[in-house]
Design a protein around this ligand. Structure first.
Ligand code: CP3
Length: 333
C-alpha cells in the first residue's frame, strides 16, 4: 500500500507522506522549458507524451509520494464544448455558455474529447517511477466550475454583478456538471487514478445557500467516488466551517487552507488531514520555513496527516526550498 493510502486507510504510515498542490508547474525550469515551446495550454494538456513528462518531473526531482496528473479543472468545460483559453499574465478566459449547447452534450463525445487525459493515466500507471506511489486524478467541484463557466474569468476581483441573475442557467449547469464530473471521475479511475481530489478553490465565495452550492453537489461526487472504491480528498478552500463540511460531506481526507488555525481545528475534525502551510512561507528563508513546517508536523503528530500546502505552490518558489521542505518532512520523527 502507498504511504498516502496507509494514512487514509490505516491512519498511519512509516514515513511522513508528502506531495504538493500544483507540483507539476511553473516553478520548475524543466516545465517552463516545455511550456515555452507549447503556447497552447489545452493542447499541452492533451499531449499524452509531454503531459506524462511534466507529471513525472516533480517525482524525479523530489520523490513525492504522489503524482498529480498534468491537466486542469477547466478541461471539463472544454470537454463539454465551452471555449477555454489561457491568456498570459491574465489567466483563464472562457467563451459564452449557452443552454442549447448544454442540452446537446453527449457523454460519449465528452469522453472522446478528453481521451488523451485518460491515456495519460494509463501510461503513468505502467511507468516505473510510479511504483508504490499514488496517482492522483482530480476534478473541480461543481461550484468552482460553475463560477468559471458563468463568470468566464477568474473571480479574484469578485463575481460579476449579474452572476446569480439567471437561476435557470445556474440550476441546469449544476445538474449537467453533476453528471459530467462523475463521468470524468469514473474515466480517471478506470484509467488508473488511485485517489481523486476535488478542488473547490472558490468555496470561500459562498456565504449563504451552503447546501445548494457546496455541500449537496460535493457530497454527491464524494459518495460516487467512494462507491468506485477509491479514496477522495476535498479541498474547499477558504470555507468558513471546515468541521461542518467534514461532518456533512464526509470525504476520506480534508485538505485545509492556510487561513485555518491547525491548533483550533484538530479536535474538531476526526478524518485524516492534508496540507495547511502557506505557500508564501516557501518564499522566505530555510530557517523560517523549517520552523513553520515543524509546527504543522508537531500539531498533527498523533493525527493521520499528509504533508501538503494550503494552496498551490507559487511560480516564484526556488527549487532549493522545495528540496529542503521534503528533507524536513522526511526527517521528522
Ligand atoms: O501539479 C499540478 O497540480 C498540475 C495540474 C494542475 C493544474 N491546474 C495545471 C496548471 C492542477 C491540479 C490544476 C488545478 C486548478 N486549475 C485549480 C484548482 C487549484 C487552485 O490552484 O486553486 C484551478 C482554480 C485551476 C484553473 C486555472 N488553471 C487557473 C486559474 C490558471 C491560471 C493561473 C495559474 O494558477 O497558473 C490555470 C493554468 C494552469 N493550470 C497552469 C498549470 C501548470 C499554468 C499554465 C501556464 O501559464 O504555464
Amino acid at each position: 500500500m502507498s504511504p498516502i493510502e496507509e494514512v487514509i486507510i490505516n491512519k498511519k504510515s512509516n514515513i511522513n507522506p508528502i506531495w504538493i498542490m500544483r507540483q507539476a508547474g511553473r516553478y520548475l525550469p524543466e516545465f517552463r522549458e516545455i511550456r515555452k515551446k507549447n503556447t497552447d495550454f489545452i493542447r499541452l494538456c492533451l499531449n499524452p507524451d509531454l503531459s506524462k513528462e511534466i507529471t513525472l518531473q516533480p517525482i524525479k526531482r523530489f520523490g513525492f509520494d504522489a503524482a498529480v496528473i498534468f491537466s486542469d479543472i477547466l478541461m471539463v468545460p472544454y470537454g463539454i464544448g465551452q471555449e477555454v483559453k489561457f491568456i498570459k499574465n491574465f489567466g483563464p478566459k472562457l467563451g459564452d455558455l449557452n443552454l442549447i449547447n448544454l442540452d446537446k452534450i453527449s457523454e460519449d463525445s465528452f469522453t472522446k474529447n478528453l481521451s488523451p487525459v485518460y491515456k495519460l493515466l494509463e501510461s503513468l500507471k505502467k511507468s516505473p517511477e510510479m511504483v508504490n506511489k499514488d496517482l492522483i486524478g482530480f476534478v473541480g467541484a461543481p461550484w468552482t466550475l460553475l463560477v468559471y463557466m458563468i463568470n468566464k474569468v477568474s473571480p479574484k476581483n469578485g463575481l460579476k454583478e449579474n452572476f446569480f441573475e439567471n437561476g435557470n442557467i445556474i440550476n441546469k449547469t449544476l445538474n449537467i456538471l453533476d453528471t459530467i464530473i462523475k463521468l470524468h471521475i469514473k474515466n480517471q479511475v478506470n484509467a488508473g487514478a488511485t485517489i481523486i481530489q476535488i478542488f473547490d478553490s472558490w468555496a470561500g465565495l459562498v456565504d449563504y445557500e451552503f447546501n445548494k452550492y457546496l455541500y449537496n453537489p460535493t457530497k454527491s461526487l464524494v459518495d460516487y467516488t467512494k462507491n468506485l472504491g477509491v479514496p477522495v480528498i476535498c479541498f474547499p478552500r477558504n470555507i468558513k466551517d471546515y468541521p461542518e463540511f467534514c461532518k456533512i460531506v464526509k470525504p476520506d481526507m480534508i485538505n485545509i487552507d492556510y487561513n485555518v488555525d491547525p491548533k483550533l481545528i484538530i479536535d474538531k475534525i476526526n478524518i485524516p488531514v492534508q496540507g495547511g502551510l502557506d505557500p508564501k512561507v516557501l518564499l522566505t528563508d530555510k530557517n523560517n520555513m523549517k520552523k513553520k513546517v515543524l509546527e504543522y508536523l508537531t500539531i498533527f503528530k498523533n493525527h493521520p496527516y499528509v504533508f501538503n500546502l494550503g494552496h498551490g505552490i507559487l511560480p516564484e518558489t526556488e527549487i532549493d526550498m522545495v528540496q529542503e521542505l521534503v528533507k524536513t518532512v522526511r526527517e521528522f520523527k
